[in-house]
Design a protein around this ligand. Structure first.
Ligand SMILES: *Cc1c(COP(=O)(O)O)cnc(C)c1O
Length: 224
């Protein structure tokens, strides 16, 4: 019961943020199930969430096995991906949110059976502990991967620092949006770059105000 109630509350709050932002487009709620069991993930899906995210190859495989009869689900990989794990994951997912280096793009090019929708992960705040490329290195990376027909850069992704205040969050997300617009304006066939994957349990409302088209929410779906 708790999970379905939480999801109703999150959806409401997403709708409210969309209304405040006066947005007519869509935002997709991704349910992040990485710390939760198959049966909890089943409750998430039963409550109408059709996009699920995992951050480890093993977790992805476990959940996908449990949902193998359900062809409506979209699968997102949000963890950092080691080169040697690409083969295992890349043809099982709909979106990769953690493209952060050329070496990874090259491996995807080698292993993918068809173009993979990728987000470039950006470390907007410049925290040393965070993965992702700096804002300044987004365009160079996009330019480098532009000959890879298996890597389709659909957008940019970021994780905000946990301790950022509202004003800082607005700024961080806005900076990512400006960078998204810049990449989009290059009109590269391999980088349509229309999407923004930003916003987690504690900051998805602000991310939506700043233009998020995908929010990745875990804790808020499961908390008692
Ligand atoms: C775990 C995780 C989330 C979800 O975080 P919550 O705070 O639980 O909503 C979102 N994005 C990434 C990349 C994550 O690793």
């Amino acid at each position: 019961m708790t999970i379905s109630k939480n999801i109703m509350a999150v959806k409401k709050s997403i709708d409210r943020a969309m209304a405040v932002a006066n947005r007519q487009d869509q935002v997709t709620l991704i349910g992040v199930t990485k710390y939760h069991s198959v049966s909890e993930a089943q409750q998430v899906v039963a409550a109408g969430v059709t996009n699920l995210a995992e951050n480890r190859p093993e977790g992805l495989a476990e959940k996908q096995l449990a949902f193998k009869e359900n062809h409506d689900l979209k699968w997102h990989f949000i963890g950092s991906l080691q080169k040697r794990k690409v083969k295992k994951v890349i043809n099982q997912i709909d979106y990769l949110h953690s493209l952060d280096r050329l070496e990874l793009a090259t491996e995807i090019q080698k292993r993918a059976n068809q173009p993979v929708k990728c987000f470039i992960e950006v470390n907007v705040s410049g925290e040393e502990s965070k993965s992702g490329v700096s804002l300044a290195n987004v365009v160079p990376l996009v330019q480098e991967v532009k000959v890879d027909d298996k890597v389709l850069v659909v957008g940019l992704m970021t994780m905000a620092p946990k301790d950022a205040n509202d004003e800082q969050l607005h700024q961080l997300f806005h900076q990512l949006k400006l960078k998204r617009d810049e990449v989009q304006a290059l009109e590269l066939p391999t980088a349509p770059c229309r999407e923004l994957s930003m916003g987690m349990s504690h900051d998805y409302q602000i991310a939506i105000l700043e233009g998020a088209t995908f929010v990745r929410v875990g804790t808020a779906l499961f908390d008692a």
